[in-house]
Design a protein around this ligand. Structure first.
Ligand code: 8YV
Length: 327
């Protein structure tokens, strides 16, 4: 029997996926789910034929420089690949795949939850009840702001941006978007979406902003201090994409000074570290990167990883290849 390829998985995956990986390949699991150090990652790429990393592993040029001759595939468990140096991988002839599509609806649900939670003060109210500090209903008690009829500006109108737009439309928000490319007129028509070529122009007019672009060198701090200042003081910012797209310190300062109404953040610039000042604010809802965290989603992501590895090992082009030029 031919030697099975060595697949090294950096984090604990759902049991069903791990079992199938064990059946198909010579697989090394991380059953206690410890975070791999840089030395661990280097050790892994030295020996593996296939590496299965997640967003918590930095596969940079220094790690890839140590890769052994057998490393041919990095089958990322996750859609975002900003933790992998794609250019270096390509130079070294290493294919990179990801897991798109299967986390679109879950991430859009979580985004919608934040779009509702911040203006309606959901987390704040929950904290009050738990603290025992609720003294009863009152007509002017804990008033939030209405969502229906407001303008939502979506930055990045890919799969997730569109899935958010569909939901938001149902909640009576009008859809605006900025994207590198204008989407197909049929999609614009379905979503009744207004395209803004100028992000600055859009920002200045929206009630809610939601980020759905990938983190790339071009989108790092896309919402810079300057751009954040273009937002109206009653606007809310939601981010379920990547923390690096927003200048977190500037956002925090503006929230502190009430130059913005609030923010719903599922991702942070230096995860899992969070600007401590954010923790003191009532007008923010903070989540621990839960966007795609459903059991169903994780299994679907694992299935994609399996298919990407299997097709590659069998000598075919894996379906979810990522090329730097696609981002
Ligand atoms: C995943 C994500 O949980 O897929 C992504 O890009 O941000 C998350 O929802 C994570 O990336 C898994 O590696």
């Amino acid at each position: 029997m031919a030697k099975k390829p060595l697949v090294i998985v950096t984090r604990k995956l759902p049991d069903a996926i791990e079992t199938r990986l064990m059946e198909l390949f010579d697989t090394r699991l991380n059953v206690d789910d410890h975070q791999m150090s840089k030395a661990d990652l280097i050790e892994a790429v030295r020996h593996a034929d296939v590496l299965v990393p997640t967003v918590t592993d930095r596969i940079d040029a220094a790690v890839l420089a140590q890769a052994g001759p057998d490393l041919r595939l990095i089958a990322n468990f996750g859609a975002g690949v900003d933790h992998i140096d794609l250019a270096t991988a390509r130079q070294r002839g290493v294919t990179v795949t990801n897991t798109p599509d299967v986390l679109t609806e879950d991430t859009a649900d979580m985004t919608m939850a934040l779009i509702l939670a911040v203006p309606r003060r959901l987390a704040e109210g929950e904290r009050l009840v738990r603290s025992g500090g609720w003294s009863g209903w009152g007509p002017t008690f804990m008033l939030g702001h209405r969502i229906w009829g407001k303008r939502l500006g979506i930055i990045g109108m890919g799969r997730i941006g569109q899935a958010v737009a569909r939901r938001a439309k149902g909640f009576g928000l009008s859809i605006h978007y900025h994207n590198r490319r204008r989407v197909h007129p049929d999609i614009e028509g379905e979503l009744e979406a207004t395209y803004w070529e100028s992000l600055d122009q859009m920002l200045a007019r929206m009630d809610v902003i939601s980020v759905h672009c990938p983190h790339t060198p071009a989108t790092y701090h896309l919402l810079s201090a300057r751009r954040l200042k273009l937002l109206q003081a009653h606007a809310y910012v939601v981010n379920t994409a990547r923390g690096e797209v927003i200048d977190e310190n500037s956002l925090t300062r503006m929230l502190q000074k009430r130059e913005l109404a609030g923010a719903g953040l599922d991702v942070f610039e230096h995860e899992p570290a969070i600007n401590p000042k954010l923790l003191e604010l009532d007008n923010v809802v903070l989540l621990p990167h839960l966007g795609s965290a459903t059991l169903e989603g994780r299994i679907d992501m694992g299935e994609k990883v399996l298919i990407n590895i299997k097709t590659h090992v069998d000598g075919h082009n894996p379906p979810d290849r990522v090329l730097a030029s696609m981002l």
